[in-house]
Design a protein around this ligand. Structure first.
Ligand code: PLP
Length: 406
Protein backbone atom coordinates (compact mmCIF):
# COMPACT_ATOMS: atom_id res chain seq x y z
CA UNK A 1 0.00 0.00 0.00
CA UNK A 2 1.52 3.35 -1.00
CA UNK A 3 1.49 6.25 1.45
CA UNK A 4 -1.02 9.07 1.10
CA UNK A 5 0.12 12.31 -0.42
CA UNK A 6 -1.57 14.36 2.27
CA UNK A 7 -0.38 17.77 1.07
CA UNK A 8 -1.92 17.17 -2.37
CA UNK A 9 -5.11 15.92 -0.74
CA UNK A 10 -5.26 19.01 1.51
CA UNK A 11 -5.13 21.26 -1.54
CA UNK A 12 -8.49 19.77 -2.56
CA UNK A 13 -10.06 21.18 0.64
CA UNK A 14 -9.87 25.01 0.49
CA UNK A 15 -11.19 25.46 4.03
CA UNK A 16 -8.15 23.66 5.47
CA UNK A 17 -5.92 26.59 4.52
CA UNK A 18 -8.12 29.06 6.40
CA UNK A 19 -6.98 30.85 9.52
CA UNK A 20 -9.10 31.28 12.61
CA UNK A 21 -8.11 33.96 15.17
CA UNK A 22 -5.09 34.42 12.92
CA UNK A 23 -3.96 30.84 13.52
CA UNK A 24 -3.96 28.05 10.94
CA UNK A 25 -7.14 26.04 11.31
CA UNK A 26 -6.66 22.56 12.75
CA UNK A 27 -9.90 20.73 12.10
CA UNK A 28 -10.36 17.78 14.45
CA UNK A 29 -14.16 17.65 14.44
CA UNK A 30 -14.50 15.15 11.63
CA UNK A 31 -16.84 12.81 13.50
CA UNK A 32 -19.39 15.64 13.56
CA UNK A 33 -18.97 16.52 9.90
CA UNK A 34 -16.15 16.38 7.37
CA UNK A 35 -14.90 19.14 5.09
CA UNK A 36 -15.73 19.00 1.39
CA UNK A 37 -13.30 18.63 -1.49
CA UNK A 38 -13.62 21.06 -4.40
CA UNK A 39 -15.00 18.27 -6.60
CA UNK A 40 -18.04 17.90 -4.36
CA UNK A 41 -18.76 21.63 -4.16
CA UNK A 42 -18.28 21.99 -7.93
CA UNK A 43 -20.69 19.11 -8.50
CA UNK A 44 -23.36 20.95 -6.50
CA UNK A 45 -22.72 24.15 -8.42
CA UNK A 46 -22.71 22.48 -11.81
CA UNK A 47 -25.83 20.50 -10.88
CA UNK A 48 -27.78 23.70 -10.24
CA UNK A 49 -26.29 25.47 -13.27
CA UNK A 50 -26.63 22.64 -15.77
CA UNK A 51 -28.97 19.82 -14.80
CA UNK A 52 -31.58 21.35 -12.57
CA UNK A 53 -35.09 20.02 -13.23
CA UNK A 54 -37.40 17.87 -11.18
CA UNK A 55 -36.72 14.20 -11.76
CA UNK A 56 -38.72 11.08 -12.70
CA UNK A 57 -41.85 12.89 -13.90
CA UNK A 58 -40.55 14.92 -16.80
CA UNK A 59 -40.29 14.13 -20.48
CA UNK A 60 -38.05 17.07 -21.27
CA UNK A 61 -34.30 17.02 -21.73
CA UNK A 62 -33.25 18.53 -18.41
CA UNK A 63 -35.59 16.37 -16.37
CA UNK A 64 -34.27 13.26 -18.07
CA UNK A 65 -30.67 14.36 -17.47
CA UNK A 66 -31.36 15.05 -13.78
CA UNK A 67 -33.14 11.69 -13.42
CA UNK A 68 -30.22 9.93 -15.03
CA UNK A 69 -27.75 11.67 -12.68
CA UNK A 70 -29.81 10.78 -9.60
CA UNK A 71 -30.13 7.12 -10.62
CA UNK A 72 -26.43 6.99 -11.51
CA UNK A 73 -25.76 8.24 -7.97
CA UNK A 74 -27.86 5.38 -6.62
CA UNK A 75 -25.77 2.96 -8.63
CA UNK A 76 -22.58 4.62 -7.27
CA UNK A 77 -23.82 4.07 -3.71
CA UNK A 78 -24.74 0.46 -4.52
CA UNK A 79 -21.25 -0.17 -5.86
CA UNK A 80 -19.60 1.57 -2.90
CA UNK A 81 -21.52 -0.60 -0.43
CA UNK A 82 -21.41 -3.72 -2.63
CA UNK A 83 -25.17 -4.07 -2.33
CA UNK A 84 -26.90 -6.53 -4.63
CA UNK A 85 -29.33 -4.11 -6.26
CA UNK A 86 -30.14 -0.41 -6.52
CA UNK A 87 -33.57 -1.40 -5.14
CA UNK A 88 -31.75 -1.73 -1.83
CA UNK A 89 -30.52 1.88 -1.81
CA UNK A 90 -32.93 4.48 -0.42
CA UNK A 91 -31.90 8.13 -0.31
CA UNK A 92 -32.84 9.88 2.93
CA UNK A 93 -31.74 13.06 4.70
CA UNK A 94 -29.13 11.18 6.71
CA UNK A 95 -28.51 8.56 9.37
CA UNK A 96 -31.16 9.98 11.69
CA UNK A 97 -33.89 9.90 9.08
CA UNK A 98 -32.84 6.43 7.91
CA UNK A 99 -33.16 5.04 11.45
CA UNK A 100 -36.48 6.82 12.02
CA UNK A 101 -37.75 5.35 8.76
CA UNK A 102 -36.85 1.81 9.79
CA UNK A 103 -38.06 2.29 13.38
CA UNK A 104 -41.44 3.52 12.16
CA UNK A 105 -41.98 1.05 9.30
CA UNK A 106 -40.53 -1.90 11.20
CA UNK A 107 -42.70 -1.14 14.23
CA UNK A 108 -45.83 -0.93 12.07
CA UNK A 109 -45.13 -4.26 10.42
CA UNK A 110 -43.26 -6.33 12.99
CA UNK A 111 -43.69 -5.07 16.57
CA UNK A 112 -46.42 -5.88 19.10
CA UNK A 113 -46.72 -5.12 22.83
CA UNK A 114 -44.15 -7.08 24.80
CA UNK A 115 -41.64 -7.31 21.94
CA UNK A 116 -38.02 -6.34 22.50
CA UNK A 117 -35.38 -4.42 20.54
CA UNK A 118 -31.71 -4.75 21.48
CA UNK A 119 -29.49 -1.64 21.31
CA UNK A 120 -26.09 -0.97 22.88
CA UNK A 121 -24.96 1.33 25.67
CA UNK A 122 -22.80 3.31 23.23
CA UNK A 123 -25.53 4.33 20.77
CA UNK A 124 -25.96 7.86 19.48
CA UNK A 125 -29.32 9.33 20.50
CA UNK A 126 -30.49 8.80 16.93
CA UNK A 127 -30.34 5.04 17.50
CA UNK A 128 -32.10 5.26 20.87
CA UNK A 129 -34.85 7.85 20.69
CA UNK A 130 -36.60 6.51 17.53
CA UNK A 131 -36.91 3.15 19.33
CA UNK A 132 -38.19 4.85 22.49
CA UNK A 133 -40.84 6.60 20.39
CA UNK A 134 -41.89 3.21 19.07
CA UNK A 135 -41.71 1.78 22.60
CA UNK A 136 -44.31 4.36 23.69
CA UNK A 137 -46.48 3.70 20.61
CA UNK A 138 -46.24 -0.06 20.54
CA UNK A 139 -45.54 -1.12 24.12
CA UNK A 140 -42.17 -2.67 23.32
CA UNK A 141 -39.06 -2.49 25.49
CA UNK A 142 -35.36 -1.86 24.85
CA UNK A 143 -32.62 -4.20 26.03
CA UNK A 144 -29.14 -2.70 26.29
CA UNK A 145 -25.81 -4.40 25.53
CA UNK A 146 -23.30 -3.31 28.20
CA UNK A 147 -19.58 -2.70 27.65
CA UNK A 148 -16.37 -3.59 29.47
CA UNK A 149 -13.93 -1.08 30.99
CA UNK A 150 -12.11 -0.68 27.65
CA UNK A 151 -15.33 0.40 25.96
CA UNK A 152 -15.91 -2.86 24.08
CA UNK A 153 -19.36 -4.42 23.87
CA UNK A 154 -19.76 -7.52 26.04
CA UNK A 155 -20.82 -10.25 23.68
CA UNK A 156 -21.53 -12.70 26.50
CA UNK A 157 -24.07 -10.25 27.93
CA UNK A 158 -25.40 -9.59 24.41
CA UNK A 159 -26.10 -13.29 23.85
CA UNK A 160 -27.96 -13.42 27.15
CA UNK A 161 -30.31 -10.59 26.07
CA UNK A 162 -32.11 -12.67 23.46
CA UNK A 163 -35.57 -13.98 24.26
CA UNK A 164 -38.42 -15.25 22.15
CA UNK A 165 -39.68 -11.63 22.10
CA UNK A 166 -36.51 -10.19 20.52
CA UNK A 167 -37.45 -8.67 17.16
CA UNK A 168 -34.47 -6.53 16.11
CA UNK A 169 -30.88 -5.61 17.03
CA UNK A 170 -29.87 -1.98 16.31
CA UNK A 171 -26.21 -1.22 16.91
CA UNK A 172 -23.49 1.25 15.90
CA UNK A 173 -20.63 -0.03 13.77
CA UNK A 174 -18.25 2.52 15.30
CA UNK A 175 -18.89 4.55 18.47
CA UNK A 176 -18.79 8.31 17.88
CA UNK A 177 -17.44 8.82 21.41
CA UNK A 178 -15.17 5.87 22.20
CA UNK A 179 -14.11 5.06 18.66
CA UNK A 180 -14.76 1.38 19.37
CA UNK A 181 -15.15 -0.63 16.18
CA UNK A 182 -17.83 -3.09 17.20
CA UNK A 183 -17.62 -6.68 15.93
CA UNK A 184 -20.75 -6.19 13.86
CA UNK A 185 -20.23 -9.30 11.78
CA UNK A 186 -20.28 -11.45 14.90
CA UNK A 187 -23.17 -9.44 16.34
CA UNK A 188 -25.13 -10.09 13.13
CA UNK A 189 -24.30 -13.82 13.11
CA UNK A 190 -25.51 -14.16 16.69
CA UNK A 191 -28.75 -12.31 15.88
CA UNK A 192 -29.31 -14.41 12.77
CA UNK A 193 -28.88 -17.59 14.82
CA UNK A 194 -31.99 -16.33 16.66
CA UNK A 195 -33.71 -15.36 13.39
CA UNK A 196 -33.50 -11.70 14.36
CA UNK A 197 -32.68 -8.97 11.79
CA UNK A 198 -30.03 -6.31 12.45
CA UNK A 199 -29.79 -2.59 11.74
CA UNK A 200 -26.25 -1.19 11.74
CA UNK A 201 -25.62 2.54 12.25
CA UNK A 202 -22.72 3.17 9.89
CA UNK A 203 -22.46 6.94 10.45
CA UNK A 204 -18.93 6.63 11.87
CA UNK A 205 -17.74 3.61 9.86
CA UNK A 206 -18.60 4.27 6.21
CA UNK A 207 -16.31 7.35 6.01
CA UNK A 208 -13.34 5.51 7.49
CA UNK A 209 -13.23 1.89 6.30
CA UNK A 210 -14.39 -0.34 3.49
CA UNK A 211 -17.83 -1.83 4.12
CA UNK A 212 -19.43 -4.64 2.14
CA UNK A 213 -23.13 -5.29 2.51
CA UNK A 214 -23.03 -8.79 1.04
CA UNK A 215 -20.21 -9.80 3.33
CA UNK A 216 -21.68 -8.17 6.44
CA UNK A 217 -25.19 -9.51 5.83
CA UNK A 218 -27.01 -6.87 7.94
CA UNK A 219 -30.67 -6.37 7.04
CA UNK A 220 -30.31 -2.58 7.29
CA UNK A 221 -27.30 -0.28 7.21
CA UNK A 222 -27.42 3.52 7.36
CA UNK A 223 -25.08 6.48 6.95
CA UNK A 224 -24.92 10.26 6.37
CA UNK A 225 -23.45 11.98 3.31
CA UNK A 226 -22.00 14.91 5.23
CA UNK A 227 -19.72 12.69 7.32
CA UNK A 228 -18.17 11.19 4.18
CA UNK A 229 -17.14 14.45 2.51
CA UNK A 230 -20.52 14.84 0.80
CA UNK A 231 -23.21 17.47 1.28
CA UNK A 232 -25.54 17.91 4.23
CA UNK A 233 -29.13 16.81 3.86
CA UNK A 234 -28.49 13.54 2.03
CA UNK A 235 -27.95 10.08 3.44
CA UNK A 236 -28.59 6.46 2.72
CA UNK A 237 -30.64 3.60 3.99
CA UNK A 238 -29.46 0.26 2.69
CA UNK A 239 -31.99 -2.52 3.23
CA UNK A 240 -32.21 -6.07 1.97
CA UNK A 241 -34.75 -6.12 -0.80
CA UNK A 242 -37.07 -8.68 0.77
CA UNK A 243 -37.21 -6.62 3.97
CA UNK A 244 -37.81 -3.31 2.20
CA UNK A 245 -40.52 -5.01 0.13
CA UNK A 246 -42.19 -6.22 3.26
CA UNK A 247 -42.12 -2.93 5.20
CA UNK A 248 -44.81 -0.27 4.69
CA UNK A 249 -43.89 3.23 3.45
CA UNK A 250 -42.68 5.80 5.96
CA UNK A 251 -44.14 8.89 4.33
CA UNK A 252 -46.81 9.40 1.70
CA UNK A 253 -46.76 11.78 -1.23
CA UNK A 254 -45.52 12.13 -4.77
CA UNK A 255 -42.95 9.70 -6.22
CA UNK A 256 -43.81 6.87 -3.83
CA UNK A 257 -47.06 5.85 -5.55
CA UNK A 258 -47.95 3.81 -8.63
CA UNK A 259 -51.54 5.11 -8.72
CA UNK A 260 -53.79 7.14 -6.46
CA UNK A 261 -57.56 7.40 -6.26
CA UNK A 262 -59.70 8.40 -3.31
CA UNK A 263 -60.68 4.76 -3.00
CA UNK A 264 -57.29 3.11 -3.25
CA UNK A 265 -53.62 3.99 -3.58
CA UNK A 266 -51.05 1.55 -4.94
CA UNK A 267 -47.52 2.18 -3.70
CA UNK A 268 -44.61 2.41 -6.09
CA UNK A 269 -41.96 -0.27 -6.34
CA UNK A 270 -38.57 -0.13 -4.63
CA UNK A 271 -36.67 2.06 -4.08
CA UNK A 272 -39.26 4.80 -4.78
CA UNK A 273 -41.75 3.47 -2.23
CA UNK A 274 -39.56 5.05 0.47
CA UNK A 275 -38.75 8.31 -1.31
CA UNK A 276 -41.86 10.46 -1.01
CA UNK A 277 -41.60 13.94 -2.50
CA UNK A 278 -38.91 15.54 -4.62
CA UNK A 279 -35.65 13.83 -3.72
CA UNK A 280 -32.42 15.75 -3.20
CA UNK A 281 -31.10 14.91 -6.64
CA UNK A 282 -28.36 17.54 -6.43
CA UNK A 283 -27.30 16.12 -3.08
CA UNK A 284 -27.30 12.53 -4.35
CA UNK A 285 -25.04 13.38 -7.28
CA UNK A 286 -22.69 15.32 -5.00
CA UNK A 287 -22.64 12.37 -2.59
CA UNK A 288 -21.70 10.09 -5.48
CA UNK A 289 -18.85 12.49 -6.25
CA UNK A 290 -17.68 12.26 -2.63
CA UNK A 291 -17.74 8.46 -2.83
CA UNK A 292 -15.75 8.65 -6.05
CA UNK A 293 -13.24 10.92 -4.29
CA UNK A 294 -12.64 8.61 -1.31
CA UNK A 295 -12.63 5.52 -3.53
CA UNK A 296 -9.86 7.08 -5.64
CA UNK A 297 -7.75 7.42 -2.48
CA UNK A 298 -8.82 3.92 -1.39
CA UNK A 299 -10.79 3.05 1.75
CA UNK A 300 -8.09 0.66 2.97
CA UNK A 301 -5.42 3.35 2.62
CA UNK A 302 -7.68 5.82 4.42
CA UNK A 303 -8.22 3.33 7.27
CA UNK A 304 -4.48 2.59 7.56
CA UNK A 305 -3.51 6.27 7.56
CA UNK A 306 -6.14 7.28 10.10
CA UNK A 307 -5.23 4.37 12.38
CA UNK A 308 -1.64 5.55 12.30
CA UNK A 309 -2.80 9.07 13.24
CA UNK A 310 -4.89 7.65 16.09
CA UNK A 311 -1.97 5.66 17.52
CA UNK A 312 0.33 8.64 17.27
CA UNK A 313 -2.19 10.98 18.92
CA UNK A 314 -2.98 8.46 21.67
CA UNK A 315 0.70 8.00 22.50
CA UNK A 316 1.40 11.72 22.51
CA UNK A 317 -1.70 12.63 24.50
CA UNK A 318 -0.97 9.93 27.09
CA UNK A 319 2.13 11.90 28.15
CA UNK A 320 -0.03 14.75 29.46
CA UNK A 321 -0.38 14.89 33.21
CA UNK A 322 -3.86 14.07 34.46
CA UNK A 323 -5.15 12.80 31.08
CA UNK A 324 -8.00 10.30 30.97
CA UNK A 325 -8.75 8.74 27.61
CA UNK A 326 -12.21 7.20 27.22
CA UNK A 327 -12.26 4.20 24.93
CA UNK A 328 -9.31 1.81 24.86
CA UNK A 329 -10.78 -0.81 22.55
CA UNK A 330 -8.37 -3.05 20.70
CA UNK A 331 -10.19 -2.22 17.45
CA UNK A 332 -10.64 1.49 17.35
CA UNK A 333 -11.44 4.21 14.80
CA UNK A 334 -9.78 7.64 14.73
CA UNK A 335 -11.76 9.17 17.59
CA UNK A 336 -10.12 10.32 20.82
CA UNK A 337 -12.30 11.29 23.76
CA UNK A 338 -10.55 12.63 26.84
CA UNK A 339 -10.55 14.79 29.93
CA UNK A 340 -7.60 16.42 31.66
CA UNK A 341 -7.61 16.61 35.46
CA UNK A 342 -10.60 18.59 36.67
CA UNK A 343 -10.69 20.87 33.63
CA UNK A 344 -14.23 21.10 32.28
CA UNK A 345 -14.51 19.77 28.73
CA UNK A 346 -16.16 23.00 27.66
CA UNK A 347 -13.25 25.13 28.95
CA UNK A 348 -10.75 22.87 27.18
CA UNK A 349 -12.71 23.14 23.92
CA UNK A 350 -13.05 26.93 24.15
CA UNK A 351 -9.37 27.44 24.85
CA UNK A 352 -8.25 25.04 22.12
CA UNK A 353 -10.53 26.95 19.75
CA UNK A 354 -8.58 30.13 20.55
CA UNK A 355 -5.49 28.29 19.34
CA UNK A 356 -7.24 27.50 16.06
CA UNK A 357 -8.02 23.91 17.02
CA UNK A 358 -11.58 22.69 16.42
CA UNK A 359 -12.63 19.85 18.72
CA UNK A 360 -16.05 18.87 19.99
CA UNK A 361 -17.07 19.00 23.63
CA UNK A 362 -20.07 17.70 25.53
CA UNK A 363 -22.06 14.49 25.59
CA UNK A 364 -21.79 13.91 21.82
CA UNK A 365 -25.49 12.90 21.64
CA UNK A 366 -24.69 9.87 23.75
CA UNK A 367 -25.97 10.76 27.21
CA UNK A 368 -26.65 7.14 28.27
CA UNK A 369 -23.00 6.37 27.50
CA UNK A 370 -21.87 9.40 29.53
CA UNK A 371 -24.02 8.10 32.36
CA UNK A 372 -22.34 4.67 32.10
CA UNK A 373 -18.93 6.36 32.20
CA UNK A 374 -19.98 8.49 35.18
CA UNK A 375 -19.13 11.77 33.43
CA UNK A 376 -21.03 14.66 31.87
CA UNK A 377 -19.00 15.00 28.73
CA UNK A 378 -15.61 14.74 27.09
CA UNK A 379 -13.39 16.61 24.69
CA UNK A 380 -13.36 14.73 21.41
CA UNK A 381 -10.74 14.96 18.68
CA UNK A 382 -11.63 13.01 15.55
CA UNK A 383 -9.32 12.65 12.59
CA UNK A 384 -9.55 12.42 8.82
CA UNK A 385 -7.09 11.46 6.10
CA UNK A 386 -6.38 15.17 5.53
CA UNK A 387 -5.02 15.61 9.07
CA UNK A 388 -1.33 15.35 9.85
CA UNK A 389 1.01 14.41 12.69
CA UNK A 390 2.22 18.03 12.76
CA UNK A 391 -1.34 19.09 13.55
CA UNK A 392 -1.47 16.47 16.29
CA UNK A 393 1.77 17.83 17.77
CA UNK A 394 0.23 21.31 17.90
CA UNK A 395 -2.97 19.94 19.38
CA UNK A 396 -1.09 18.05 22.13
CA UNK A 397 0.97 21.16 22.87
CA UNK A 398 -2.32 23.11 23.02
CA UNK A 399 -3.89 20.65 25.46
CA UNK A 400 -0.79 20.86 27.66
CA UNK A 401 -0.86 24.64 27.52
CA UNK A 402 -4.47 24.67 28.67
CA UNK A 403 -3.60 22.19 31.45
CA UNK A 404 -0.92 24.56 32.74
CA UNK A 405 -3.41 27.44 32.82
CA UNK A 406 -5.54 25.63 35.42
N1 PLP B 1 -25.06 7.84 14.59
C1 PLP B 1 -23.80 8.12 14.91
C2 PLP B 1 -22.91 7.04 15.44
C3 PLP B 1 -23.32 9.42 14.77
O1 PLP B 1 -22.07 9.71 15.11
C4 PLP B 1 -24.20 10.42 14.28
C5 PLP B 1 -23.76 11.83 14.16
O2 PLP B 1 -22.86 12.27 14.82
C6 PLP B 1 -25.50 10.07 13.94
C7 PLP B 1 -25.90 8.77 14.10
C8 PLP B 1 -26.47 11.06 13.40
O3 PLP B 1 -26.10 11.48 12.14
P1 PLP B 1 -26.91 12.63 11.39
O4 PLP B 1 -27.01 13.79 12.35
O5 PLP B 1 -26.08 12.94 10.19
O6 PLP B 1 -28.23 12.08 11.03
Amino acid sequence: MTALDVQTIRADFPILSHKVYDKPLIYFDNAATTQKPKEVVEKIESGYYNVNANIHRGVHFLSLAATEAHEAAREAVRRFLNARSTNEIIFTRGTTESINLIASSFADECLSPGDEVIVSVMEHHSNIVPWQIQAARKGISLKVIPMNEKGELRLDAYKALFSERTRLVAVAHVSNVLGTINPVKEIIEIAHAHDVPVLVDGAQSVPHMAVDMQDLDAEFYVFSGHKIYGPTGIGVLYGKEDWLDRLPPYQGGGEMIASVSFEKTVFNELPYKFEAGTPDFIGSTALAEALRYVSAIGMDRIAAYETDLLHYATERLATIEGIRIFGQAVHKGAVLSFLVGKIHHYDMGMLLDRLGIAVRTGHHCAQPLMHALGIEGTVRASFSFYNTKEEIDQFVAGVDRVRKMF
